[in-house]
Ligand binder design. Structure first.
Ligand SMILES: [Zn+2]
Length: 287
């Protein structure tokens, strides 16, 4: 009899666990959305000044982009090293992560609680060359002057924000497995089927392409550089490496060039735009 009671209790807990979790998520999202609305105009002014990507989105996606930026920012602790903190900094860094993951469901890069913003190039570990940014188990590190140059388009093919977020995305999906995105994980082997031979030809035969020599350092760098070039030089990328462009578009579930055909919605998968039952009437269709 006791076993039956215990079994029933365990079964009951298991059955109500998911609905209760979903309920809490809905309440949390609703609460956060109320907070977000009061600062939405400020977020828009900051992001629209720096992100061409954001300015190409339709209104509904712009709101989704800003709300995700708000949620990402408030899930992290930002640390400022030898650089004067401004209100824009955490918003712009969060927006870089949101741009990368905009076609995916999971976007918070959970595992990384801390983001460190440094003034400019820095030395790390035993490496002799200076770093513009890096990711390790302690957090995501970015140098502010390089970050700003990257999002302003001053440096061709170089966007350290997207580069480090690309490392972080791979890290949470494949190393810590703390925030696995189903679509990303399912598609990554297909990406690698196209990417690996290109990487190998660069590393072993010295093949040259628009990704540059640094992409041949190792496969992690190849991935991060390919992400930068995918967003920063989309037309050139699609022209020179069309299969890799297509594979990147699939794994990230977005195509930065779709706006050139007059389509402002750059997400590929229609279901990501479907309204979520969890959000209130005024919340964005999907976050
Ligand atoms: Zn890197």
């Amino acid at each position: 009899m006791e076993i039956l009671v215990i079994f029933s209790l365990v079964l009951g807990i298991l059955l109500i666990n998911r609905p209760v979790t979903l309920l809490f998520q809905r309440l949390y999202t609703k609460h956060q959305f109320k907070r977000f609305v009061s600062s939405e105009t400020f977020y828009h002014s900051v992001v629209s000044r720096h992100f061409r990507y954001y300015n190409r989105l339709g209104l509904q996606d712009q709101r989704k982009f800003l709300f995700r930026t708000f949620l990402f920012q408030h899930s992290k602790n930002f640390h400022y090293i030898e650089v004067e903190q401004t209100a824009e900094m955490p918003i712009l860094v969060s927006a870089a992560a949101v741009q990368l993951t905009f076609g995916l469901e999971k976007f918070k890069l959970n595992y990384f609680d801390d983001i460190f913003i440094l003034r400019d190039d820095y030395h790390y570990g035993f490496y002799s060359r200076p770093f513009m940014g890096h990711v390790d188990q302690t957090g995501i590190y970015l140098s502010w002057d390089n970050f700003i140059r990257g999002i302003s388009g001053e440096t061709a093919n170089c966007n350290v924000g997207l580069h480090e977020m690309a490392h972080a995305l791979a890290y949470v999906n494949f190393v810590t497995q703390t925030e696995e995105d189903k679509h990303f994980k399912k598609e990554f082997p297909n990406f690698s089927k196209v990417a690996r031979p290109i990487f190998t030809s660069m590393q072993q035969a010295g093949a040259k392409n628009l990704l540059g020599d640094y992409a041949a350092t190792n496969y992690h760098e190849f991935w991060a550089v390919a992400v930068e070039v995918f967003f920063e030089s989309s037309v050139h990328f699609r022209h020179e490496l069309p299969e890799l462009y297509e594979a990147m578009s699939c794994v990230l579930n977005q195509d930065p060039l779709s706006c050139l055909t007059g389509n402002t919605v750059i997400i590929l998968r229609p279901e990501t735009l479907a309204p979520k039952a969890v959000t209130e009437a005024h919340a964005p269709a999907a976050i």
